[in-house]
Design a protein around this ligand. Sequence first.
Ligand code: NAG
Ligand code: NAG
Ligand code: CA
Length: 343
Amino acid sequence: MKPVVILLLLPLVITAAKPQKVIFDHDGGIDDFVTLLLLLSKPELVSVVGITILDADCRAEVAANTTLKLLHTLGFNDIPVAISTLPAVNPFPDIWRWSGLTVDVQPLINQVDSISVKQNLVQQPGQDFLWELLRTQLERITIVATGPLSNVAYIIKHYGDEAAARIKEVWWMGGAVYVQGNVDYPGHDGSAEWNAFWDPPAVGVVWNSSVPIVMVPLDVTNHVPVTPDLIYRFGRQAEYLYSVLAGTIWSKVISWVYERPLEPYFAWDTLTAACLLSRELCARVDDLVSYAVVSGPSQGRVVAANQCVARSSDVSRQRTIATVIQVDAEEFYGFVLDALKRS
Ligand SMILES: *[C@@H]1O[C@H](CO)[C@@H](O)[C@H](O)[C@H]1NC(C)=O
Ligand SMILES: *[C@@H]1O[C@H](CO)[C@@H](O)[C@H](O)[C@H]1NC(C)=O
Ligand SMILES: [Ca+2]
């Protein structure tokens, strides 16, 4: 009987070690690219099956260019990349949207052959390709969304429960619950976080769905600024390609803090991926009852049900989500530095 037992156990062991399939739904900001490096640095944990890019905190054409060149530089020659055509409700400032160009021109990622790079650019709009990716995979997929929720909302609107059932979890960088938002916009009260504010109805659609959400809000990203010290540390491990790339990419925003002392550049998106990759790194609660404001002066705000907020505008239904509530900055920096010791 013994050999039979071993044969039965073996597939279980292999299944347990299989990397989680992930779709990276990003919007081409500086931090989104470090996030891509981090996701690619742990192939034993996650396998990136496709990338969709929203024309939000970027110029999507440039961001797709950069994404493809980064992938090829690191030897990921077959991850498809698609550009979403969904429009903003409230667009990001142009000066932020162009900042991705500082990454696209880096010599380190421009050694690749630009024709072969383009072969992985999908012609289908990103929002449709997102559904294509989900539909054709056997298992449920995790979406790491480090921009607005528009692509996710689109597939929920079009394919309903069928789409929701294909998604394991959406890990979303967004929201500001017990802290001030980061939107400074005429007619807005400043309570929202930018990814939510870019397309408030999309947040409403996702909240109204049954898709499991793990939110990484400003409440926790406020603890992880991108500091000069962090970038110096990449220099001390510059023998690793991933480290040189991450240090170079983040260095593009290191002086933002001098222009906006109250609001430095944070590792918003990279923290989101790090929390997915290491469950010990980030403390979370699984039972935050919340709703999203979809119109009016607080549009894009995510409100906890236990907060006393007058409801004057359209809101989503109230639902339970998971949210990351705490991270130790030094542990996070250490995790990222360690993961990016890779060539
Ligand atoms: C993409 O990068 C190539 C160089 O590899 C450059 O010639 C082209 O202008 C870039 N396109 C966009 C849209 O940024
Ligand atoms: C979500 O559901 C609420 C009621 O629970 C409804 O008022 C609202 O219109 C819905 N919002 C969206 C964006 O579907
Ligand atoms: Ca982003």
